[in-house]
Design a protein around this ligand. Sequence first.
Ligand code: HEC
Ligand code: HEC
Length: 350
Amino acid sequence: MSRNERKAAEGGESAGRIRAGQGTRRIIYAVGGGLLLYAIGLALFGDRSADRENDGIETPEGRMVQAGSEPVHFTPPSEDTIPDGPVGDSIRRGRDIFANTPANAGEFVGNELSCANCHLDNGRRANSAPMWSAWLGYPTYRGKNDRINTMEDRIQGCFTYSMNGQDSPSGGPPPLGHDVYKDIQSYMYWMATGAPTGAKLEGGGYPKVEKPELGYDPARGAEVYAAHCATCHGTDGVGQRDLNGRPVFPPLWGPESYNWGAGMARIYTAAAFIKANMPLGQSNRLTDQEAWDVAAFINSHERPRDPRQAGPGLTVEEAYERFHKGDDIYYGQVINGKLLGTGTPVPERN
Ligand code: HEC
Ligand code: HEC
């Protein structure tokens, strides 16, 4: 099944409910014969959370958001409004973990990344999967693990894959219930101060970029990379460090990057992130085609293995069948004579 077919199959039930919901509204409209009654009907019935979960479109990460309702504009509070006292202390700890994860939650980080490398401005930047928007979206169902996810589950996911928890000193993400989650959630909750629960906010997630006519091609992407990315991220994708060894420009592939199970390893997700956020400070500088091609280029290099393969001891082929089949990802494919997905050597940590 292709990704779209799978999406269609997964969306089968919800598509039915969308039709049912629209039908109800049409009936209200017809009976009332007026816009006012329609508006009242919407206010009374249009806002039920059960409907919202299904009456929607799929975001890049598989979450359902409400369709047909206008996204609400939102600006997160400024940092100088973080309160004093225990809550404020937790918010500040959460912010610091977010900004410099290896320094402040290093036990659980298996690469050189921080949350803020992919959720820019410490999770405040619109179109960079900002935390104020994410806060409103959980608990929710995720196809990735086929169950309802709390916010804690979701953050654990980013530790497992984006932060490559398997190669951290503790050997995994923070266990559920750990203070790291409390502090990050305090920070997120504070950032969403005043946001209407259940609304869809403008600038949430990474704006989807449709697959361009020419598909994607890492060879074309290599040219985009040389022209627009290599100055900061390095010709070999390992990024750049300051004199103290702290990453200034984060790595894009290799052992210190996100692993094969991460959202960013999928070409459409990386294309969405890149189009809106890279080159740094130049949103939408690249065409859709360039964004897909360069996403293909960075994701056609080896990176830490998928923990879902390594843990249960599956072969790359088995893990491909189970987790990646039909997806726009190079996992399990042979590129330049090399099978991708076998993983990079685990770096020594001191
Ligand atoms: C001016 C320097 C600069 C340029 C040019 C640049 N980036 Fe970045 N990039 C950064 C910085 C800095 C971050 C981390 C952002 C933060 O922490 O605020 C980043 C983050 C990223 C990330 C997410 C974090 C990671 O390491 O996986 C990706 C992916 C990425 N850039 C891809 C690209 C691509 C592709 C291009 C070229 C189209 C590009 N960047 C051009 C500086 C740059
Ligand atoms: C390598 C890039 C990367 C890093 C590092 C990263 N994330 Fe993410 N994060 C993503 C991507 C990509 C998504 C979108 C979901 C997907 O497609 O998997 C996401 C989604 C999320 C979401 C859900 C957003 C929403 O709107 O539903 C939360 C919450 C989140 N990340 C928190 C974190 C936290 C906390 C950290 C640090 C511990 C972190 N992320 C580190 C890439 C990253």
